[in-house]
Design a protein around this ligand. Structure first.
Ligand code: HEM
Length: 458
């Protein structure tokens, strides 16, 4: 056993799903509020399709063929739909992430080129700088005590997203997001529950006022930023400037101010939490698996020597990439994807009735007993192209799949590689003895309590 009571085999804590018989209304809805992983039944970790009789009816779709049908082959028949879009609407309005049909398509066409791998390499120096700033902050504090490492990762990820998207600083926006963020997501499952039950948005709910105030503040701050930045957008190189210049390839139409604001908010929120949490989970897993720290550190030294991590090193940071993939397998930071089932749908002879909410529980797919050997074991070698068994495309999908696949996947992978490589070369991360992380789904996959770690120097 390691000092944390976790077996040295690399097995890490999983969310323990409830017994199937206990999964009725309102028990599963109460679980949703506490931890959205709680609505995933045990059977979804073992079977390709599981339906519940609860209200509303839920279908957990985990079989690779079925997942492909829903997310890709027949994506048009299974829209992101009411639950997801209505849940996200107050924050993201008519942004691409919460739009459908033509409205989604032209926004995706404008934004997709900005998020291509080659385009994003220009941001590597900013990403590295954010990591180095965090190292400098740790050194300046000089303390050797345990600190909430996940909070530090939020600071680093926010520094990256704000410097790449809103170059030159956006202090007001940063302040608003940083201060209201935890309270907002702490209450979000109540909002999802209300939407699941079809309750109107004006009905009082726990945290409703806090969430509305935060939505208003974010919209005000980003609106004033977009207005002030529009004038210099012709020349700027950050994502905001490039978004302002973007045109629908078919119609030549650009984005209205309102849409720009909504999309910027969506990129900030979707891109910041998910990546910060992925980095936090990676450091947590590494602190329990020192062998992989050594392998990654040796690789970084071999590939980059003493020079700062640059775009030219990324392809060779293979162990670092395997660690990130294995982290996103065990802790996919967007743990559940939702789709509407508009018509009766046939999944291998089982009919899922229309009106059922379709859930693709990425968390359960990534720990599914039929797809993974020792699913709860941390083993980045699974992703080694030479020795590992390559998972089926629909068994490993931290960024989703099909037309609605994550816009920021390449951004995240580059960012996580640059930051982890920069950290591992200089720092050691020691987990407080006795701490075990409990994964909690609150739209994103967070941890019940902060991760206490001590940082020291290599
Ligand atoms: C670890 C990091 C991330 C994870 C795990 C993640 C995961 C996901 C997933 C699973 C989806 C698909 C949702 C669905 O099909 O319903 C998605 C969509 C999306 N993500 Fe990410 N994401 C991450 C980082 C980012 C970043 C950095 C950005 C932007 C800067 C971003 C922007 C978006 C957008 C705009 C969409 C909507 C795409 C569309 O509807 O066409 N994400 N993400």
């Amino acid at each position: 056993m390691s000092g944390n009571g976790v077996p040295d085999t690399g097995t890490v804590p999983a969310y323990v799903p409830p017994a199937p018989k206990a999964l009725g209304f309102p028990a599963n809805l109460a679980r949703l509020v506490k931890n959205n992983l709680g609505i995933i039944p045990q059977a979804a970790y073992e079977q390709p399709l599981v339906m519940t009789d609860s209200f509303p009816k839920l279908a957990f779709i985990t079989g690779p063929e079925f997942v492909e049908t829903v997310l890709k082959r027949k994506a048009g028949d299974f829209p992101k739909g009411r639950l997801q879009n209505e849940t996200l609407e107050p924050l993201f309005g008519n942004a691409m992430i919460s739009s459908e049909g033509h409205d989604w398509k032209w926004q995706r066409a404008i934004t997709a080129p900005l998020f291509r791998h080659e385009e994003l390499l220009r941001y590597v120096p900013v990403m590295r700088q954010s990591a180095e700033d965090q190292i400098a902050a740790w050194k300046a504090e000089g303390g050797t005590g345990f600190r909430a490492i996940n909070r530090d990762m939020f600071r680093v990820a926010f520094s990256v997203i704000s410097r790449t998207m809103l170059e030159g600083g956006a202090d007001d926006v940063i302040k608003v997001i940083e201060t209201g963020h935890a309270a907002y997501f702490g209450h979000v499952n109540w909002w999802i529950l209300y939407k699941m039950l079809g309750l109107p948005g004006w009905l009082p709910r726990p945290g409703g006022a806090v969430m509305r105030l935060q939505e208003k503040k974010i919209h005000e701050a980003v609106t004033s930023l977009v207005r002030s930045r529009k004038a210099d957008a012709e020349t700027g190189d950050d994502l905001l400037a490039r978004l302002v210049r973007g045109r629908d390839p078919e119609t030549g139409e650009g984005m209205s101010d309102e849409r720009l604001v909504n999309n910027i908010i969506a990129f900030l929120v979707a891109g910041y939490d998910t990546t910060a949490l992925a980095l936090s989970w990676a450091l947590y897993l590494l602190s329990l698996n020192p062998l992989w720290v050594e392998r990654a550190r040796a690789e970084v030294n071999r590939v980059a020597g003493d020079s700062p991590i640059g775009p030219e090193h990324l392809n060779d940071l293979k162990v670092v990439e395997q660690i990130i993939n294995e982290t996103l397998r065990l802790y996919p930071t967007a743990p559940i994807v939702v789709r509407d089932i508009l018509e009766d749908a046939d999944f291998g002879g089982t009919i899922v009735p229309k009106g059922t909410i379709g859930l693709v529980p990425i968390y359960a797919i990534h720990r599914h007993r039929s797809f993974w050997q020792e699913p709860n074991r941390f083993d980045p070698a699974r992703f080694d192209p030479e020795t590992g068994t390559k998972p089926n495309r629909y068994q490993f999908l931290p960024f989703g799949a099909g037309p609605r696949i994550c816009l920021g996947a390449a951004f995240t992978m580059i960012e996580a590689k640059v930051i982890l490589a920069t950290f591992l070369r200089e720092a050691r991360f020691e987990l407080k003895p006795g701490y075990m992380a409990e994964p909690v789904g609150q739209m994103f996959l967070t941890m019940r309590e902060d991760i206490p770690m001590r940082v020291s120097w290599v």
